[in-house]
Design a protein around this ligand. Structure first.
Ligand SMILES: [Zn+2]
Length: 394
């Protein structure tokens, strides 16, 4: 199985990566400075695509192909080099995952320093940034300098949702590769083949998730998750009074908070323990001296930012589900000959489609889109959800 097999529904992108990995090999082996090869194997890549389309999976596969030792196919998926990259233990491949809202400037500075070092294995030094948009301008400028004058064996792989998420100056120096949203069929097939899920369930989950691979997986394998989704959609689309709407907004934010802290809790504790151990204070109940206390405070501030991001991610999921729901209502109102995505809510969808106008549904879709934008622009989650719930009322 090659490294490309795990990339779902991205034939065009895979072809580009494969060609680049071959060019990279020719460049390295022949010690060549062939301009055409160098263009194919750019030093900086901007990999964009919607959430859940597998940007980082694709970038990591490319990193593996660059390190691969198979004499025929770069990216064989079975050699020790491929394996190390895929397991994230390769010394020349640095994956920067950020759980924070913003990547700190000293973090970027240390990556820039790392980029200057020749790869230990002699092939390529790869720096993969999963969320290259989470930088302030000062950090972006620092990164820009590093991309402008890269050492011969360094490759930057920057991932974001849209090209517009990074500064134009950075964008113009990167080779741009955009991933598409995989089709429902492709995601369903992945669930069947990789997770052993029954075809019908897989297809339904893929459609409900709107082709988000991770979400589809959890909907298909966890009945509780499916039920939770159904309940939220049902209550959000049937409230009528102002009081109910406000209460529901509050409940949605509370649920998202609980969800976020559940995700964060374990990590938080582990990081704190690790920090204390690294400082030599791993005994239970030992008090940190004031000078070291600052490090702990900084870590806790980072963790708080991460919790904020989890909260926004979780609410955005609710909003996406609502968009899918009202899209079903709208298509029905237009008499479109397609089957509804939210089969578990078909009855409610039919009732709503009959009892309201298509114009009203479009206004609701707009309200949800506006809420997504506001969340993205850091408007308080509760205010955002309240405003939207008011607009969604029956
Ligand atoms: Zn390999």
């Amino acid at each position: 199985m090659s490294v490309w097999d795990q990339i779902v529904g991205q034939k065009a992108a895979v072809a580009v990566f494969e060609a680049a990995a071959r060019a990279a090999r020719s460049l390295r082996e022949a010690g060549s400075d062939d301009a055409a090869l160098a263009r194919q194997m750019a030093h900086a890549w901007l990999i964009t695509g919607p959430a859940g389309a597998g940007r980082s999976v694709a970038a990591l596969a490319f990193a593996a192909a660059l390190q691969c030792e198979d004499p025929q196919t770069p990216g064989c998926g079975t050699c020790p080099e491929c394996n190390r990259v895929l397991k994230n233990t390769h010394p020349d491949v640095k994956v920067v995952t950020t759980e924070r809202l913003i990547i700190k400037i000293d973090e970027i500075a240390s990556l820039v320093t790392l980029a200057q070092q020749a790869p230990a294995g002699g092939k390529w030094r790869v720096i993969l940034m999963e969320d290259a948009d989470r930088m302030v301008e000062r950090s972006s400028n620092l990164l820009l300098k590093a991309i402008e004058e890269p050492p011969p064996r360094t490759v930057w792989l920057l991932c974001t949702t849209q090209p517009g998420d990074v500064l134009p100056t950075i964008r113009s120096r990167c080779r741009h590769l955009s991933l598409v949203t995989p089709s429902v069929e492709e995601v369903a097939q992945l669930l069947v083949e990789r997770e052993g899920i029954a075809p019908d369930t897989a297809r339904q989950a893929a459609a409900m998730s709107q082709s988000h691979i991770g979400v589809a997986k959890s909907l298909a394998s966890d009945p509780a998750e499916l039920e939770r989704r159904r309940k939220i959609l049902l209550s959000a689309t049937t409230t009528s009074s102002v009081g109910e709407a406000a209460l529901l907004a509050q409940q949605l934010v509370d649920a998202a908070k609980a969800d976020a802290s559940k995700r964060a809790e374990e990590k938080d504790q582990q990081e704190l323990t690790e920090l204390r151990r690294s400082l030599g204070y791993d005994q239970e109940g030992t008090r940190l001296p004031p000078t070291l206390k600052a490090q702990e405070t900084a870590l806790k501030a980072d963790q708080k930012r991460r919790a904020t991001r989890y909260l926004r991610d979780s609410l955005d999921r609710v909003l996406l589900n609502l968009l899918g729901f009202y899209r079903d209502v709208y298509l029905l109102q237009c008499g479109a000959q397609v089957s509804v995505i939210n089969v578990d809510l078909e009855e409610t969808i039919v009732t709503l489609a009959r009892g309201s106008s298509a114009a009203r549904t479009l206004a609701r879709l707009d309200a949800i889109r506006k809420a997504r934008q506001r969340l993205g622009a850091n408007v308080t989650p509760l205010l955002t959800m309240e405003a939207m719930m008011m607009d969604l009322r029956q």
